[in-house]
Design a protein around this ligand. Structure first.
Ligand SMILES: [Zn+2]
Length: 271
């Protein structure tokens, strides 16, 4: 198996790079893009590579491990999740958008996708609309702003994981999100996928030979996956791979419930 150093240098030389800028929030940075929509700062490449190799080894030893649906982030040997009762607040920050139409499309996509997650497990999102037009938005006003960034290449959107620093908790929307050509991704599906990362779910297609995924030319590799859940909402986001509608599968729902529990909608509550 590839070593951590080899994988890290492969990431640094072969991954696409994305520039992220938002002067208002003091963001001017570059990320290595791995797995289609995960943005790595240069100082995170080594730890990311080490973790990927660990996961690949674990899956090699126990190929059934992922059958429970969805792959979480591990911390101290346990799955990382948001606290019970935590309401994840966000805004869709209009000043980062060029047009009202694009802003409205993302507001709609976020509303539908967050309500879809609320419908399958015990999580709650809140759109703080008053912050959408707040020219003085700062970190801390909401748990995460959704920002429009021009460019993006084949990356449609990019989110964060629960263990990212507060000033790195952002959801970015790139040009591809507004592509309506036949066969493009369903925008609500893209947001379902990104919110999956926000909730702490990794990509479904991580597997022992995964380091090949870092080679942008060999993404077809993921198509051969059969014992995984290739239709998972967390499966690879790239043209022609996975379900372009990014719907929840049975395994996704089971995985989400095993981490966040069922939804309040399923119960009657005593006072
Ligand atoms: Zn993703």
């Amino acid at each position: 198996m590839i070593t951590t150093d080899e994988l890290a240098s492969k990431i640094e030389t072969e991954s696409p790079r994305l520039i992220l800028q938002c002067p208002q929030l003091g963001i001017d940075t570059e990320r290595f893009v791995v797995e289609g929509d995960i943005g790595l700062k240069s100082n995170r490449v080594i730890s990311y590579a080490a973790r990927r190799i660990e996961i690949a080894k674990a899956l090699q030893e126990d190929p059934d491990a992922e059958r429970q649906g969805l792959l979480g982030i591990e911390r101290d040997g346990k799955i990382l999740r948001w606290r019970r009762g935590k309401q994840l607040s966000y805004c869709v920050w209009r000043p980062s958008f060029g047009t009202d139409e694009e802003h409205a499309a993302v507001v709609e996509g976020m509303a539908a996708a967050s309500s879809d997650w609320e419908g399958i497990c015990g999580v709650e999102f809140k759109h703080v609309q008053s912050k959408d037009h707040d020219a003085n938005l700062t970190f801390g006003d909401v748990d995460f702003p959704v920002l429009r960034q021009a460019g993006g290449g084949s990356t449609i959107a990019m989110a964060f994981f629960p263990d990212d620093l507060a000033n790195e908790r952002l959801v970015w929307v790139f040009d591809g999100y507004f592509n309506t050509a036949p066969g493009s991704f369903d925008p609500v599906g893209v947001m379902r996928h990104e919110l999956g990362h926000v909730l702490g779910f990794r990509h479904e297609h991580i597997r022992p030979e995964a380091p090949d995924l870092f080679n942008p030319e060999s993404t077809e590799h993921t198509l051969a996956i059969s014992e995984y859940d290739p239709k998972s909402v967390m499966h690879y986001v790239a043209p022609g791979v996975g379900d372009p509608k990014l719907r929840f599968t049975k395994l996704d729902k089971m995985g989400a419930r095993s981490v966040y529990g069922g939804t309040d909608l399923e119960f009657s509550f005593a006072d």
